[in-house]
Write a protein that binds this ligand. Sequence first.
Ligand code: ZN
Length: 177
Amino acid sequence: MASGKAHATASVLLTIPAGMLALGLGGDWGAATACAVGSLAGVLLSPDLDVNNPIHSNYIVGKYMGCVGGAAWFAFWRPYAWFLPHRSPLSHWPVLGTLLRILYMIALSAPLWFLFTLFWFGSGQSLPTPGPALQESLTWGVIGLMLSDTMHYIMDYVPAFRQHRRPWWQRMLRKIF
Ligand SMILES: [Zn+2]
């Protein structure tokens, strides 16, 4: 298991390949930026939000959004952490994990937005639908996030990335004795 910090660093480093991927797939510079931002969003929208304790994402939000923002972000992800076992395919598998996390955000934001607008304007409203330009950017952003999540999966499961792995000579000695 790689640490939260290692995952976050990977998401930051992936912004450049993510941008290049978008350009390679025929996107313009706007698409490249959106894809890079999507990968960067992986720092906050980590598959490890399925953990029952605060993770790197929570510390970052707490640092920049203060106590209240941090607590709200932590609370927002509690049902996700309660229902999904850590490293469940539903949170960690590439593509599937990303799509479900996005669905979760939409599903939970909709009632919150309704209550907020009800309180603020006196009539509850459904989530605003993004225009075509924003929809396109969001799609590229999702692709960037998928890239970051795929890297997360590789780092969690490929032994070379695992932390706390004993060096080879220790493993050999343990086998012998
Ligand atoms: Zn993980």
